[in-house]
Design a protein around this ligand. Structure first.
Ligand code: PAF
Length: 276
């Protein structure tokens, strides 16, 4: 495995590669990331992982400074899984002030975008830059960040980027908590509670599968169940898998974001239902 920090060196290294698979990350790797690397291996010969904490996607007062940076440990985990690790400095990714950004559709200001204005614009801009730098045939992103994955699919589709996007399944802890680098911000007591978010989504899923169709009520009940246990709920929403609009299809996704103390947790579950 080769660690590369410069764009020019990366381009030189990848110049002769015929099938490049790319897994962009912000580092502090956990089993969810490693699973994406393993899955990526099935799609091509050269697996490239990037590790870059992108300042553009953090808002004022968010955790850009505190975000865990663990490059040595990450590289150790990537041995045997990635062929190349691209870990640029901020000055390498943004050598001049970034004044050109990806303009996103209105859905980017809904759900997580409502609580984090500008987040998806910064995310999409860095993903476009990374795809241009690495030029992979395939790129993998976790389904845990469902709205992010949706926007990346639209970015690729609408800007004709020659890359196939694969969504990797969410990897969970024993109590259902979706793995995330931010889970380490949780105190012991918060960690013991954190699995309740997934359990709440599972209860909603069962209700939908059993025929419940009052979405407002289901969303409200789930929000109250979380709030009663001390969660600060950003949203619980049942949407179409395809466009994240309020339901109209037969394939739904229940998405939620809620805070436990200072930690904001995200999760979602897909539900395939036939509308009665
Ligand atoms: O999901 C992430 O880790 C980041 O948003 C990404 C896609 C690497 C862009 O910075």
């Amino acid at each position: 495995m080769q660690l590369i920090t410069r764009v020019s060196e990366l381009r030189g290294r990848l110049g002769d590669e015929r099938s490049i698979v790319f897994v962009p990350t912000m580092g502090n790797l956990h089993e969810g990331h490693l699973q994406l690397m393993r899955e990526g291996r099935e799609y091509g010969d050269c697996v490239v992982a990037s590790i870059f904490v992108n300042p553009l996607q953090f808002g004022p007062g968010e955790d850009f400074e505190q975000y865990p940076r663990t490059l040595d440990a990450d590289c150790a985990k990537l041995q045997g899984l990635a062929d190349v690790v691209f870990a640029p400095a901020v000055s390498e990714m943004y050598p001049v002030q970034q004044t050109i950004f990806v303009e996103l559709p209105p859905i980017a200001s809904d759900l997580c975008g409502a609580a984090r204005p500008g987040h998806f614009r910064g995310m999409a801009t860095v993903v476009l830059k990374l795809l241009n730098i690495v030029q992979p045939q395939v790129a993998l992103f976790g389904k845990k960040d469902y709205q992010q994955l949706h926007l990346i699919r639209q970015l690729v589709l609408q800007l004709n980027l020659p890359v196939k996007i694969i969504g990797g399944e969410t990897v969970r802890a024993h109590d259902g908590l979706a793995l995330s680098s931010r889970n380490q911000y949780l105190s012991g007591a918060e960690r013991a509670e954190a699995g309740f978010l997934y359990q709440t989504l599972q209860v909603m899923k069962q209700s939908l599968l059993q025929g419940a169709r009052d979405f407002e009520r289901l969303q409200q009940q789930a929000g109250s169940a979380l709030a009663d246990r001390g969660w600060l709920v950003d949203y619980v929403a049942i949407r179409n898998q395809s466009d994240l609009q309020p339901t109209g299809s037969q394939q739904w996704v229940i998405l939620a974001a809620a805070r436990l103390g200072k930690t904001r947790l995200l999760d979602n579950v897909e539900v395939d239902c036939v509308i009665q």
